[in-house]
Design a protein around this ligand. Structure first.
Ligand SMILES: C[S@@+](CC[C@H](N)C(=O)[O-])C[C@H]1O[C@@H](n2cnc3c(N)ncnc32)[C@H](O)[C@@H]1O
Length: 237
């Protein structure tokens, strides 16, 4: 996969890099992966939660995610995703209601075609200055032409977020929802990339769905959480 970046952890069908995605990307060939699914880092602006309390100051910039690397401009990494993805393949990117607009602009600038806006129904609300928030969004794009696959279910994905002791990362996403999208968008044995893997639910979803996985994570604690998750998923196969 990569030409020069040392693979920090390789197990079965997964390669995990403890590195900045842009460095990993620099070693990845053009058109070398079959799907990209990611939940990228971004700063929260106004209307979110700060120290467990609602932030009422619209426009204030903060992060409650506990990452030391808060933000990497969408215009820096989305073009790399486009380059690395094969033709007629799908890119899914998660977002809140604010960042979806600059993410969409960066995807359009990179050459992607917009496919769908999926809604993740979290089945719980978070306070807001306006309507209590219950959804996150997954924008789906394709590179090149349409690839006919079986897209089952609907554009609303009902998902229970990991809670309490089962939670491995502050913004962890549910494996069953990701596994569904991986199965719909790829064939067995194909490769899925997550540039910002966090605790690696995409890797676990790929192992369950018999797909190969490549992921990058810049922070050691989340990289180690990813290794643990992949070890567990491999041993449960
Ligand atoms: C929103 S979180 C992903 C959480 C993940 N979906 C999960 O369920 O665990 C984004 C992750 O990207 C990582 N990150 C931030 N900048 C990065 C970079 N330049 N390269 C790789 N990872 C980065 C952060 O440390 C964080 O863990």
């Amino acid at each position: 996969m990569g030409k020069g970046t040392a693979a920090a952890y390789m197990a079965g069908n997964a390669i995990l890099y403890h590195a900045d995605f842009l460095d990993v990307a620099g070693d990845m060939e053009n058109s070398s992966v079959d799907m990209v699914f990611t939940d990228p880092p971004f700063e929260l602006t106004g209307g979110g939660m700060k120290n467990g309390k609602l932030n009422y100051k619209g426009g204030e910039v903060f992060s409650n995610c506990g990452f030391s690397t808060k933000h990497i401009a969408f215009g820096r990494w989305i073009p790399e995703v486009y380059r690395i993805l094969k033709n007629e393949r799908y890119f899914y990117v998660m977002s809140n209601d604010r960042n979806i607009f600059p993410i969409h602009a960066a995807c359009m600038d990179s050459g992607f075609t917009f496919c769908e806006l999926l809604v993740m129904d979290k089945k719980m609300t978070v306070p807001s200055s306006y309507y209590p928030k219950r959804a996150e969004f997954i924008a789906m794009y394709r590179k090149g032409g349409y690839r006919k696959l079986r897209f089952t279910g609907s554009t609303v994905l009902e998902s229970r977020l990991p809670r309490g002791r089962e939670k491995r990362h502050p913004t962890e996403k549910p494996v069953p929802m990701i596994e569904h999208l991986v199965r719909c968008s790829t064939l067995e044995g194909e490769v899925c990339l997550d540039p910002f893997m966090g605790s690696c639910p995409v890797g676990e979803a790929c192992i369950k769905a018999k797909r190969r996985f490549v992921g990058a994570e810049i922070e050691r604690r989340w990289f180690e959480a990813s290794q643990d998750r992949i070890r567990e998923a491999d041993s449960n196969r």
